[in-house]
Design a protein around this ligand. Sequence first.
Ligand code: LMR
Length: 398
Amino acid sequence: MFDRLDSLPPDAIMALMQQCKADTRTDKVDLGVGVYKDAAGTVPIMRAVKTAEEIIFGEEKTKTYVGTTGRVGFRETMLELVLGTDHPVLGSGRIASSQAAGGSGALRLGAQLVQAAAPDATVWVSTPTWANHIPLIGSTGLKLQNYPYYNRDTLGVDFDDMLAHLDANAKPGDLVLLHGCCHNPTGADLSHAEWDRLVPFMNERGLVPFIDLAYLGLGRGIEDDGYGLRLVVRDCAESLFTVSASKNYGLYKERVGLLAVVCNNPDEAVVIQSRLGAIQRTLISMPPDHGAQIVERILGNGDLKRMWMDELTEMRERINGLRQLLSEALNVQGGEAIARAVVAQNGMFSMLPVTKDQAIRLREDHAIYMTNSGRINIAGANASNIPGVADALLSVLS
Ligand code: LMR
């Protein structure tokens, strides 16, 4: 039977990662896959993570199953972190939640729940969005459509177009997938004022927010980065959000994520909680535990939490410092607009106005790896290679 199947092209980001790994040029610059690298170019294990792991190693007494929706302590501490301990919806009983296999697992779980509740709903995604959003959500059978978001000429968000498009095309009960912060792949985020306009707009049109929060703390800080999500949860009767611990805890391969579903009332949340367990059981039975245990330990221990926050601040400041350096290096004739965009954008990514051919030339001629769409992971650069990156970029653009 397997001879009936053809091979599929590899996922573009994963293929780029492999291609860069295989490149033997010593001056290569990997701005491809979205992982945080330190100044030495390594993807570090955070000190708070290592310390928590050591404690767990000493204290853990069993590897028995936890359950289909994972650790209660992980879910509670993550919700407190993301929403803030004084959030009005936190103690309301309206939130159902589940631990998941990474942010991706959480997205899939959420989409599967939506598919069960509203199979005719369309999920609206930004143009562009993280490439894997489409197969992750689309493989549940839900329809996806695009709304305008990033303007490749201005290198900013086309907010009025976004609202106008949703106004004209989305129907009540549709979902709008939003990036909580540090938009992947563009780095162009909604401002607080835009979130303030978006939330009442969605409520008036009966649209349900579905927020993917994968980079909390890596843009401008936890409070700032969580602004839109906190507002949505406060003001919308129903919403969903996913949180990843891959980037801000550096727990990529441990697959740690959370799905939260904000329901109209506590009774509904009880039903949805049971649904989340049942859906997860059909997908992966139970989420992996190790990484979630680490996060729970960190967030539940004042010293470890402070250590983690300090490290997160270091990471964010390094990324923002690199943005500043790249912007300065590009701020020459022909590069001014990109220079301005690079410092205005948030998180690991920026989307540069390069064509696919130019991205390939950068890879082949200059050993600079970025996706064919022009997405760069700033956290993959360092102070010594930034001038070369800027020169190469300007040369392919001229
Ligand atoms: C990325 O966007 O590069 C990361 O989120 C890694 C991935 O899974 O695509």
